[in-house]
Design a protein around this ligand. Structure first.
Ligand code: PLP
Length: 185
């Protein structure tokens, strides 16, 4: 387990303690949205989740559940003909950042392959202190990923999308990021 954790961490430029193993990409996405949004709202009162209509259902349904069950507000950003989000629209949705509980944008789209400008989006989130999650399930093993250079707070991966077994995934969670875990005690 320790070796596997080191292997995943090294592949992402992360530290082993920043890798949380999960049951797959779906659990990683669900945990990231819930854990980050609830922690951010508890700390700051921010209650807006900003994401896109082209997310995998593991993100979209988690965001809708946080809206319907937990009282968050939800903003779905527009995408262009290629499925890309414009960083300017992220900036507009964030405004001064006061109500931004979480931004979540898929790294590489699972249906049309669009690769989002995550570095630019991350820089905008950093400017206002909003946490950024990216669903990188389709990117791990195909695109270079380096969380030392990429301004994201959380990143999801799922093993069966890169020749691993089903039933295994991971969530990269940047050290020090406020997060409410699913299991406590
Ligand atoms: C497959 C996929 C998921 C879900 O991952 P599982 O490991 O199958 O639960 C989430 N997001 C994207 C982009 C995917 O392609």
């Amino acid at each position: 387990l320790q070796q596997a954790r080191r292997t995943v961490a090294e592949a992402l430029g992360a530290r082993p303690g920043e890798i949380i193993f999960t049951s797959g990409g779906t659990e990683s996405d669900n945990s990231a949205l819930r854990g980050l949004a609830l922690a951010r709202r508890a700390q700051t009162g921010a209650d807006r989740i900003i994401t896109t209509p082209v997310e995998h259902k593991a993100v979209l349904n988690a965001a809708e559940t946080l809206r319907d069950r937990d009282g968050f507000r939800l903003t779905l950003l527009p995408v262009d003909h290629a499925g890309l989000v414009a960083p300017a629209d992220v900036a507009a949705a964030l405004g001064d950042g006061a109500d931004g509980a979480l931004v979540s944008v898929v790294y590489a789209n699972n249906e049309v392959g669009a690769i989002q400008p995550i570095a630019e989006i991350g820089a905008l989130c950093r400017r206002v202190g909003a946490p950024l999650h990216t669903d990188a399930v389709q990117a791990v093993g195909k695109l270079p990923l380096d969380v030392a250079a990429l301004p994201v707070d959380a990143l999801s991966g799922g093993a069966h999308k890169f020749y691993g077994p089903k039933g295994v995934g991971f969530l990269y969670l940047r050290n020090g990021t406020p997060f409410w875990p699913a299991q406590v005690g």
